[in-house]
Design a protein around this ligand. Structure first.
Ligand SMILES: Nc1ncnc2c1ncn2[C@@H]1O[C@H](COP(=O)(O)OP(=O)(O)O)[C@@H](O)[C@H]1O
Ligand SMILES: [Mg+2]
Length: 256
């Protein structure tokens, strides 16, 4: 099976501002966020990058999505380099994050059309996608309400549909259920499983064991910028049982 995404030995170091140094309670000016990290993700599978806060999950996903460049190493998406062929990579990727900010003044309807146009969708395709996604996420009832007047759950639904307006074959989702109410959370996880069954390649990051158990086929455990484990979930079940047990076994070893 050929990998759809190959992450090859990426490194990323940030230079901290004085304020960031204070927040991180450190005297070090530099923070190595990702250290020599590699893994493969395959079509028709959900890969889960599992790790605690600050482990380097978002940094890794931002590198894959070409929002930032790794200092060293590269990522190949459909054979295209994220470092040197970012535009080709971007076309096939939808990056979802709850950190995305929406323009407060516009409506979901307007935002959807705007992003559809940005991706070069025809009006007919835009209309079709809108009906499909607005129905699935229950956006119709508030599609003409300004973003500034929406609840955070409503905003997240809008962010989500906008990120996948172009029906990308690869979905990168940073902490998919964070901040969602349980009903929306279930819609999102069911939707990810449906996309996977349609042959999409999906990478999610999370610190929630049960989410990995529920939706992932493969899991990578990331601690302190390093990927310390990478395996099919069914193999984890055979050798360790629940992913949570494996995680704490590994976390103990990596801390000692
Ligand atoms: N833009 C940045 N500037 C400085 N430090 C950063 C930046 N982004 C991330 N970091 C630091 O890199 C480390 C990994 O962060 P991140 O990838 O966001 O982890 P995670 O998503 O697993 O919580 C953290 O210590 C974080 O503070
Ligand atoms: Mg993060």
């Amino acid at each position: 099976m050929e990998a759809k995404i190959r992450v090859e030995n990426i490194f990323k170091t940030f230079t901290l501002s004085k304020k960031q140094m204070k927040i991180n309670k450190t005297d070090e000016k530099r923070k190595v966020a990702v250290k020599n990290l590699s893994f493969n993700a395959y079509a028709g599978e959900i890969y889960g990058l599992l790790g605690p806060n600050g482990a380097g999950k978002t940094t890794t996903l931002r590198c894959i999505s070409t929002l930032i460049k790794p200092d060293k190493g590269d990522i190949f998406v459909n054979g295209f380099s994220a470092v040197n062929q970012a535009n080709s990579v971007r076309k096939s990727i939808g990056f979802l994050t709850s950190e995305l900010k929406l323009e407060e003044f516009f409506t979901p309807n307007y935002m959807f059309d705007f992003f559809a146009k940005l991706h070069g969708l025809t009006p007919e395709v835009t209309k079709q996608r809108k009906i499909e996604l607005f129905t699935k996420f229950g956006i119709d009832s508030f599609k003409e309400v300004k973003i500034s007047d929406l609840s955070s759950g409503m905003r997240q639904k809008v962010q989500l549909v906008i990120s996948i307006v172009h029906d990308p074959e690869i979905i990168i989702f940073d902490e998919p259920t964070n901040g969602l109410d349980i009903i929306t959370g279930k819609i999102v996880t069911d939707f990810l499983i449906e996309l996977k069954e349609r042959g999409k390649t999906i990478i999610v990051s999370t610190h929630i064991f049960s989410l990995v158990e529920k939706i992932c086929d493969r899991v990578g455990i990331i601690i302190d910028g390093k990927l310390i484990y990478d395996e099919l979930l069914e193999k984890v079940h055979e050798s360790h049982g629940h992913i949570e047990e494996l995680f704490f076994d590994l976390a103990e070893v990596s801390a000692s």
